[in-house]
Write a protein that binds this ligand. Structure first.
Ligand code: NAP
Ligand code: GDD
Length: 333
């Protein structure tokens, strides 16, 4: 019998999937990463694991229930991290049905698979602070916690709330070790290029290098509780090590506007006042917006003994430095 624990990660080639795969491999796990088929290669975030004997990749799509059954039967995983999603909130207004089929339907397919095939498998659901929407049900000093009212305002968040409750139902009805991590925004040098933080750090790097003049953005007044993805995947793992499954908010406890993020990046880049470089485009506004997110991760800090190590200014500088360095490397070649 293998001494290694086996973990399955859906969306392994995404930001979080790649950090989690690195973490689990470093802990001696055998990791089976699932990715959907795409016509272009998009595995750069996990390419460094390609030759690792403890890492394997399989094709899979959230909409394919039979594939989940086969994978569970084949690998009999100890842990299953469901990170795959159409994760862009603005895009979910354009393709609501696809977003919902994947997130809501896909989660249910996995939970049914675990219930019927490997009920001992510990399950992690990637829930989101976007589920709180604009409910305003928070202590102004501390922010939203696990008990705050959820009032989603996007198709993405409604689908995530469906998956969140389904995870709880499977925990309570069938005794599965099924946990939801309600994660606030987390970013990194591996962040997708269409999320606002990465869009800003990549543009600032190009402006600094003289390759671009302007950056076009939408709502600069939105506030987000931004943390570092590398810290947040540790919380995911800790959740599945608990004897009893439960839900946890993961956040830094500090919120900043998009404007403040811009200020930190442009000043760190030595470019000065960001307003000289930013254009507004109304097409980047959303039909509905979540104006303010602040998270209270007291429970995760107490029970999981987890804490974030990187604050927003350090995160913004880390992301800019990484983007500037890789641009510089490319230009040198
Ligand atoms: P990400 O970088 O967008 O990664 C999402 C992954 O899901 C990608 O590998 C993507 O594949 C895959 N995927 C998309 N549709 C799929 C489908 N139909 N079938 C199979 N795979 C599919 O997102 P992330 O930032 O790592 O976030 C991980 C999870 O946490 C997501 O569920 C997200 O909604 C949730 N979450 C994220 C945050 C955050 O701030 N990052 C906060 C709370 C919750 P492609 O590369 O081919 O698109
Ligand atoms: N993407 C984007 N692009 N956002 C912009 C832009 C722009 O050009 N201009 C302003 N924003 C604003 C958005 O309107 C939003 O208020 C804020 O910047 C953050 O947008 P995103 O970075 O796209 O993240 P998000 O908060 O909508 O969603 C992310 O966090 C959620 C957790 O709260 C995603 O990672 C979700 O998957 C995740 O669940």
């Amino acid at each position: 019998m293998s001494m290694h624990k086996t973990a399955i990660i859906t969306g392994v080639n995404g930001q979080d999937g790649s950090y989690l795969a690195d973490l689990l491999i470093s802990k001696g796990y055998r990791v089976v990463g699932l990715k959907r088929r795409t016509s272009s290669i998009n595995t750069t975030r996990v390419d460094h694991l390609y030759d690792n004997p403890n890492f394997k990749m399989h094709h899979y799509d959230l909409t394919d229930g039979a594939a989940v059954m086969h994978i569970l039967e084949k690998y009999k995983p100890d842990e299953f991290y469901n990170l795959a999603a159409q994760s862009h909130v603005a895009v979910s207004f354009e393709i609501p049905e696809y977003t919902s089929d994947g997130i809501a339907g896909g989660t249910l397919k996995i939970l049914e698979g675990i219930r019927t095939v490997t009920p001992y498998t510990r399950y992690y659901q990637a829930s989101s602070s976007e589920m709180f929407g604009d409910s305003k049900d928070y202590d102004p000093e501390r922010g939203y916690n696990e008990g705050s009212r959820m009032m989603p305002v996007s198709p993405y968040a409604v689908a995530k709330l469906h998956a969140h409750h389904m995870t709880r139902v499977y925990r309570e009805a069938y005794g599965l070790h099924a946990t939801s991590g309600i994660l606030f925004n987390h970013e990194s040098p591996r962040r997708g290029e269409t999320f606002v933080t990465r869009k800003i750090t990549m543009a600032a790097a190009r402006i600094r290098a003289g390759l671009q003049e302007k950056l076009t953005l939408g709502n600069l007044d939105a506030h987000r509780d931004w943390g570092f993805a590398g810290d947040y995947v540790e919380a995911m793992w800790l959740m599945l090590q608990q004897p009893v499954a439960d839900d946890y908010v993961v956040a830094t406890g500090k919120t900043h506007s998009v404007r403040e993020f811009l200020e930190v990046v442009f000043s760190h880049a030595g470019l000065g006042d960001y307003t000289q470089y930013v254009d507004f485009d109304a097409r980047l506004l959303r039909p509905n917006e979540v104006p303010y997110l602040l998270g209270d991760s007291y429970k995760a800090r107490r029970v999981l003994e987890w804490e974030p190590k990187v604050d927003m200014p350090a995160l913004a500088r880390m992301m800019f430095d990484s983007d500037y360095e890789s641009l510089y490397e490319k230009l040198r070649k």
